[in-house]
Structure formats: C-alpha cells, structure tokens
Design a protein around this ligand. Structure first.
Ligand code: GAR
Length: 192
C-alpha cells in the first residue's frame, strides 16, 4: 500500500509512522513521499532522516484552504506518487472537492479530539477549556464536511488529576503517535 503523507507542522505523527515502518509495524504500507504546504515545516526534515523524498508544494493563492492553482499543484504531485492512501498528519488546510475527488475514499485525517466533539482548530484546547473528563484522538476518512467523515478508530485519553493543558497535550500526542501507525497498518491489511 503506497502511502503519501501531507503535513504542515513539526511532523511528530509522520515520524511515528516512519518509525513504525522502520521497525516493521506498518503492515503492508510503505511511505513513498511527504508533502508540505509550509516550506520550513519540520515534517520536511524527516525525509532525509528516513530516506523518503519530501517536498514543499506552493499552496497559493489561499491561506486556509486547498483550492485553485495550489490545489492543482497538490493533485498533480500526489497523483504522480500513485498513492493507495493519503494521510493528513497535521495538514492545516481545508480540503476541497477537487483534491477529494482526485483521491476519492483514500484520504484519512488525524484529529486531536474524540470527534464529533471539538472539530476544527485546537481540538485539545477546546476540550480542556470545556472541562471534559476525557478526550482523545480520532482517525477518520476525509469528506467535504470538515472533521465529519466516517470514523475509523479513536483512542481515549481520560484527564488525570491536576491535568494542565500542557500535560494533556503531551498525552493526546502520545495517543496519536500510537493510533495513526496502527490504523495505517490495519488498513494496509485490508481493514476498512
Ligand atoms: C496533531 O495533533 C494533529 O491531530 C493535529 O495537528 C497535530 C500535528 O502534529 N491536526 C489537526 O488539528 C487537524 N485539524 P504533528 O505535526 O507533530 O504531527
């Protein structure tokens, strides 16, 4: 299963995926390329470390969505990789029908809350401020409605006594680092 990762940030989840691959925990999946919409994103530095090509693609003209010329550049670049799965690992842009249609049913996203609770930006902070007893993370298929596609799997993170936003953030991230590679491995073995 050929996997392409898209991310905008530090890339800790992409790193977890690549580490799983290195240690034989990614099933039949193989990461073939990493793309970012940010030229200086940490995720791009993983490429040389793990021997996977990594490339910035200019997302212009929009700031928060992938549409127009930038979307066309992303479609062409991702299509050239012939992916079976496109993983959004901290890709902070709204996906529009053009990109969705080009990779229909093959795009999954990681979100730092127990969806449908706390979609959108800052899922961890939203949950913390709401005073929930537990939060977590979700891997789901991407559809046109943001953070609302079919849920593949979730990991729960109960809040600990004296939890701070910082400690909760670290624990949700740790849950993400376990969940996302495990889901990719299972999808590569034929799970839906
Ligand atoms: C992750 O926590 C992921 O759930 C979140 O961005 C972070 C990326 O971290 N994604 C979203 O909020 C999407 N709406 P990373 O760059 O270290 O993998």
């Amino acid at each position: 299963m050929r996997v392409v990762i898209l991310g905008s940030g530090r890339g800790s989840n992409a790193e977890a995926i690549l580490q799983a691959q290195q240690t034989g925990r990614l099933g039949r999946a193989q990461v073939v390329k990493i793309f970012s919409d940010k030229p200086d994103a940490g995720i791009l530095a993983l490429g040389p470390r793990f021997g996977v090509p990594a490339e910035f693609i200019d997302p212009a003209p929009f700031k928060t969505k992938l549409e127009g010329a930038g979307e066309e550049r992303f479609i062409a670049a991702v299509r050239a990789c012939a992916p079976d799965l496109v993983v959004l690992a901290g890709f902070m842009r709204v996906i529009k029908p053009g990109f969705l249609g080009a990779f229909a049913g093959k795009i999954i996203n990681l979100h730092p809350s127990l969806l449908p609770a706390f979609p959108g930006l800052d899922g961890i902070g939203q949950a913390f401020r709401a005073g929930v007893k537990e939060t977590g993370c979700t891997v789901h298929y991407v559809t046109i409605e943001v953070d609302a596609g079919k849920i593949i799997e979730q990991a729960r993170v109960p809040l600990a006594p004296g939890e701070t936003l910082e400690s909760l953030t670290a624990r949700v991230h740790a849950a993400e680092h376990a969940l996302l590679p495990a889901v990719i491995a299972r999808l590569s073995e034929g799970a839906k």
